[in-house]
Design a protein. Structure first.
Length: 481
């Protein structure tokens, strides 16, 4: 009889942000369908085991994150959760906001990922942060349950990351260089740090805002008000005004959506939910955060939005990182155990295969996709080809596709590089067997039921569930947005 007993993975989420660093550890309960054969591995329950204190992100000077201090935080948190690092199965480390721009951010995130657990991945990027915060706030799940369109607005120290969820799936993101720590202050109200995005919101004939200046409260409230204007512009657009576009760190969408609900999260987002924020000490956190939150809360456009409070606000991103970064392949797969685990494989899109009607056409499309992607992305190591649609799932069709890809690889000089193929359709086992029978000089791995896109990266763990599925993380690695 097929074993349908659940399997549990321990997952860690680590969010190193502009202002704070947080850790969350979650138990993910997996379950298989009650029948044999093809079917998905699903996360049926997510139980938060441990939440760390919310700590200020330690920086070492103006350019670097204090690596030793961050590692000490995380080691203590894993121990406080009653675990050893070798007992952490999966999860993600994400650098967000200004922290992702520090000179050692990428090296630190990769180091933490490698030392914290079996399959903890390194991630970065404002769009990913927006989606993780949306999931962590519960908006993604609620959107699926209600069939609604929900906008999550995650405002932290360095960035505002907005995600639009429709029927439970992320539809759009909009990310701006707007956050509470664009300006920081001494106790007497003198600015001791001013970031470049502030220049976009200074009035042409107004007082200069720079390090060492001490301005009347009206000046700082005016700056916060202009920043709030662009947050609302990003929520409600398109269209977007030119300053909003200048503040954007990702491409802005061209299509407007009808919104059923808006949720504010993040450190500043949590303050927005406070009805008395306008009376709070503006220097309480030593930055612009209180003023920015008050400007949003008291803005006339705030009352026009269908705003709903969230049970998770400041922790939304780290909860998303710890509970939503790992997915699973289908169960009819052709894994190559010698290639697993694998990290940071760039995805190369192999388009047009569904309409290709000959071996030579498939060969040409495969070769062109690899050439183009390697020239544009400087891919020098292993990569994963992705086919969204192979065409009809017949044996003859799959054999044609396999033969075309094989011929393309036979013409390549990099014999040692493996062939890793990802498909969205449930066909990996047969396609993998066909490719293995045709290719003698390289390892072959085919994994299915994976929707990925060009410019993303994938990490693969070793197979689970009696070697029937592979844990996968689909991610971005953008440390310089």
């Amino acid at each position: 009889m097929h074993d349908t007993s659940p399997e549990t993975l321990s997952s860690i989420g680590i969010d190193i942000g502009t202002t704070t660093t947080q850790v969350i550890i979650t138990d993910l309960e997996l379950s298989l369908p009650t029948y044999d054969g093809a079917g998905a591995v699903e996360v049926v329950d997510r139980r938060i085991r441990y939440r760390s204190p919310i700590r200020e992100t330690p920086f070492d000077g103006d350019r670097s994150i204090d690596t030793e201090a961050v590692e000490a935080f995380i080691d203590a948190d894993v121990q406080n959760a009653g675990l050893a690092t070798k007992e952490i199965d999966t999860g993600a480390v994400i650098a967000t906001g200004e922290a992702a721009r520090r000179t050692n951010a990428e090296a630190l995130i990769n180091r933490l990922a490698e030392r914290t657990g079996e399959f903890v991945v390194a991630t970065a990027g404002a769009s990913l942060e927006a989606v993780l915060a949306g999931y962590g706030s519960g908006a993604g799940a609620r959107s699926k349950t209600d069939g609604s369109t929900i906008v999550t607005v995650d405002i932290g120290g360095g960035t505002t990351n907005i995600a639009v969820f429709e029927d439970g799936e992320p539809l759009q993101t909009r990310c701006l260089d707007v956050g509470g720590r664009l300006v920081q202050f001494n106790a007497d109200g003198t600015a001791n740090a001013v970031t470049e995005p502030v220049s976009h919101c200074q009035l042409p004939d107004g007082p200069t805002i720079e390090i060492g200046t001490k301005r009347p409260e009206a000046v700082w409230r005016g700056l916060a008000r202009r920043l709030a204007d662009h947050v609302f512009d990003a929520i409600e657009g398109p269209p977007f005004d030119e300053v909003t576009r200048a503040l954007s760190v990702t491409d802005l969408p061209d299509t407007a959506v009808d919104v059923d609900e808006v949720v504010f999260t993040g450190g500043v987002g949590r303050l927005v939910s406070d009805p008395d924020i306008d009376d709070c000490d503006p220097l309480k956190y030593g930055d612009l955060g209180v003023r920015l939150a008050a400007a949003i809360r008291t803005h006339e456009r705030f009352d026009a939005l269908p705003v709903r409070s969230s049970s998770e606000d400041i922790r939304a991103t780290v909860i998303g990182a710890g509970t939503r970064t790992t997915t699973f392949t289908g169960r009819t797969i052709a894994p190559a155990t010698e290639l697993l685990p694998a990290r940071n494989l760039p995805v190369l899109a192999l388009d047009g295969i569904a309409t290709a009607d000959s071996i030579d056409d498939i060969r040409a499309r495969t070769a062109a996709a690899i050439r183009t992607a390697q020239a544009r992305r400087d891919v020098s190591g292993a990569f994963a080809l992705h086919i969204s649609n192979v065409g009809p799932l017949t044996y003859d069709r799959l054999r044609l596709v396999a033969r075309g890809i094989t011929v393309a690889y036979e013409c390549r000089a990099d014999e040692s590089r493996p062939l890793i193929l990802l498909t969205e359709q449930n066909c990996a086992k047969v396609l993998g067997q066909l490719l293995e029978s045709m290719i003698d000089d390289r390892s072959v791995m085919v994994l299915d039921e994976l929707a990925v896109s060009e410019d993303e990266y994938v990490d693969f763990d070793t197979p689970i569930m009696e070697h029937t599925a592979v844990p996968v993380t689909i991610k971005t690695l953008v440390f310089d947005e």
